[in-house]
Design a protein around this ligand. Structure first.
Ligand code: T3D
Length: 263
């Protein structure tokens, strides 16, 4: 499939996906959803890709749904936003959260509506200092979708989640970092290089261990302490037999850098 609304680059085991409708702040159309889904499928099938970087072209990261798309035009009897949520937004968020690769998001500008919550669905979020996160749903009579109702209280706590979601007030990247909602806020001019450096570092890491870590932490809210301890035992047992564990210990003993293969 050739792409018109995203750009996909591959370098040193990292696939970088750039949302590329800058004139509409990279808001989502059906075409962009389909292209992004195709790119993510290719990543899932690849043995070479060991980390993913998601970012946006131009001055915005993503302004959520393209509100000029006729399929979401209010007033029509046929309109069913639940269909768009079920078909596109929810599967995208699940895919990012469950992808068997670390996913870094570089928020290069405004992230609004679904755009904000798609960023929050990624494993590690870096944001440029001028970026902001907006739960725009409040301005148009909708609710925070794309996992917003799930992720906001978990990242920000209930009081801040309610404040953000009910007012639709922009949250600066610096405040998002201070509230622990993102990993780091960095100067705009170094965002891209920092995000690439981080993605390459993760791609060179022990992929199986990193992915199990990601999944164990992401699903921790469903577990009791006993469940978590049992899971840790099982994962340690499994990873203790991995090539990367062998390599990591050998490299430590030999005082050299490890060469992980992801196996
Ligand atoms: O399918 C479904 O509908 C269900 C799923 C819904 C999920 C959602 O994401 S609902 C939320 C949709 N998004 C929004 O409500 C955000 C709308 N955009 C804004 O509020 C503002 O654009 C921003 C706060 C994000 C940025 O403001 P600003 O002043 O920096 O930029 P701007 O001038 O508003 O936008 C620049 C251009 O992008 C402008 O076009 P123009 O006038 O230059 O021709 C603007 O219309 C366009 N644009 C921005 N966001 C969208 C958009 N066009 C279509 N859809 C957008 N979401």
């Amino acid at each position: 499939m050739s792409y018109e609304t995203i750009v996909v680059d591959f370098d040193e085991s990292v696939t970088k996906i750039t949302l590329n409708r800058p004139e509409r702040l990279n808001s989502f159309t059906v075409q962009m959803h389909e292209e992004l889904a195709d790119a993510l499928s290719n990543i899932e099938r690849s043995d070479e890709v060991r980390a993913v970087l998601l970012t946006g072209a131009g001055r915005g990261f993503c302004a959520g749904q393209d509100l000029s798309d006729s399929s979401v035009a209010p007033g029509s009897d046929a309109i069913d936003l639940g269909h768009a949520v079920d078909t596109y937004y929810s599967p995208l968020v699940k895919r990012l959260a469950e992808m068997a690769r670390p996913v870094v998001c570089a928020v290069n500008g405004v992230a609004a509506g679904a755009g904000a919550n798609i960023a929050f669905a990624c494993d590690i979020v870096l944001a440029g200092r001028s970026a902001k996160f907006i739960q725009s749903f409040a301005n148009i009579g909708l609710i925070p979708d794309s996992g917003g109702t799930w992720v906001l209280p978990r990242l920000a706590g209930q009081a801040r989640a309610l404040g953000l979601a009910l007012t639709g007030e922009p949250l600066s990247a610096e405040q998002a970092e201070a509230w622990g909602m993102i990993w780091k806020c960095v100067d705009d001019d170094v965002l891209e290089s920092e995000a690439i450096k981080l993605a390459k570092r993760l791609a060179a890491g022990p992929t199986r261990g990193l992915v199990e870590t990601k999944m164990a932490l992401r699903n921790t809210y469903d577990r009791t302490l006993d469940d978590a301890l049992a899971l840790e035992r099982d994962l340690m047992r499994e990873l203790g037999r991995s090539h990367d564990y062998q390599e990591g210990v050998a490299a430590f003993m030999e005082k050299r850098a490890p060469k992980f293969t992801g196996q």
